[in-house]
Ligand binder design. Structure first.
Ligand code: GDP
Length: 378
């Protein structure tokens, strides 16, 4: 495949969404064609030594798009004889692209381009980066649309969404579900709605809590678990008590408990919302894919790329206006129809197996990088 240099601020052993995305994709590419240039991090020496591809690290903690970085990337590209430089993020690091005199591509994730796409000065810079690139890897349609907004015309982007570990998140047998509920302190036979996220306003957990209070009038034994930590936890705990919602917020769960929680849910719900006139949206919502892999139908609020993660009517429900009432109606309808619940859950699992396994996505990435150098789009 195309021998290339990935230049990124975010790579393991640092943890986070972007790091995970890059790692799961790039570790599946032919190692002899991959060189990574990234930033230093504790434990990086041992990590780098264990990789079958070359990793080089800067001395500075952040890759800033100055002449120094341009010179270093040129030198690395020459010494490793690469045909393409792939830069992440598009801003600010991507600003070195037009100065490299080499074919370059950028990776866009969503949030980091949504704000520049709406601010004139930053939009000009983003346009310059995108215009000079031989290709754009977009981690979803939302990121691609935000770039199109900046450019003012369609973008020849290669959509490589984040994937999910389909061996880790799996459908559970009845016995496993019972065991998981017991371990997590949940009632065995009660309808159970689950959510997982950082607790910040965009995730719409207040709407879920209010909808749980409404639903509890019909489903008396309803139990709702909202896992994750964040600055809103105290406010949300108080809200649940005030409106009498059967909701608990256990904070951050261990990786093992997280898998069990998804596995023993009847419905997953995250009623995410768009804030600040579009400046803040849900990038994609990996948690929807995790629930899907566990065979659990999802209810989502329409924001950013959430409707790409959840296919309305097929793998779950996407609410244009996620209010406590509309959410309670959607969740209630699912809980009332066990056959439909199973049908949607199975369809959700089939979809992630076909479209969101990292093996599938890495092979698409490989094709995209090849296409960029052989047939530059535009
Ligand atoms: P983002 O935080 O806005 O990027 O939200 P995403 O939905 O894209 O990703 C959140 C990731 O954090 C998912 O992989 C979640 O499973 C993970 N996560 C959130 N809360 C918890 C938790 O309590 N425990 C564990 N183990 N993982 C969590």
């Amino acid at each position: 495949m195309t021998r290339h240099l990935l230049v990124t601020n975010d790579f393991p052993p640092k943890v986070g969404g972007i790091q995970n995305y890059l790692w799961e994709l790039w570790r599946r590419l032919p190692p002899q064609d991959v060189v990574v240039h990234t930033t230093p991090y504790e434990g990086a020496d041992a990590f780098d030594a264990a990789q079958p591809f070359t990793v080089t690290r800067s001395r500075e903690p952040w890759l800033l798009p100055g002449p120094h970085l341009v010179r270093r990337v040129r030198r690395l590209a020459r010494s490793h004889a690469v045909d393409l430089v792939v830069i992440d993020p598009a801003l600010p690091a991507g600003l070195i692209g037009p100065r490299l005199d080499l074919p370059y591509a950028v990776i866009v994730h969503g949030a980091e381009v949504a704000v520049p796409a709406r601010l004139p000065g930053a939009r000009r810079l983003l346009r310059r980066v995108l215009d000079g690139a031989v290709g754009v890897v977009a981690a979803g349609g939302y990121a691609a649309r935000e770039c199109e907004r900046a450019l003012g015309h369609p973008l020849p982007a290669f959509l490589i969404p984040p994937g999910v570990d389909i061996d880790r998140f799996k459908h559970q047998t009845s016995a496993e579900r019972i065991e998981a509920r017991r371990r997590l302190g949940l009632q065995i036979g009660a309808p159970t709605v689950v959510s997982v996220s950082r607790l910040v306003p965009r995730k719409g957990m207040d709407t879920l809590i209010r909808s749980a209070a409404l639903l509890a009038g019909v489903h008396e034994d309803l139990q709702v678990v909202i896992a994750g930590r964040g600055r809103d936890r105290r406010r949300l705990t108080r809200l649940a008590a005030r409106v009498g919602a059967p909701v608990r917020l256990p904070g951050r769960l261990s990786d093992g408990d997280l898998v069990s929680l998804y596995g023993c849910a009847d419905v997953f719900a995250m009623l995410c919302r768009t804030r600040w006139r579009g400046l803040e949206q849900e990038g994609f919502g990996i948690v929807f894919l995790e629930a899907a892999a566990a065979g659990v139908p999802q209810v989502a609020g329409r924001s950013g790329g959430a409707h790409e993660a959840v296919v309305d009517g097929e793998t779950g429900v996407v609410l244009d206006e996620a209010t406590p009432r509309s959410a309670a109606a959607a969740i209630g309808a699912l809980l009332d129809d066990p056959d439909r619940l199973k049908e949607i859950g199975d369809a959700a699992r089939r979809r992630v197996e076909a479209d969101f396994s990292y093996d599938v996505l890495a092979s698409q990435l490989r094709g995209a990088l090849d296409a960029m150098v052989k047939q530059p789009p535009g």
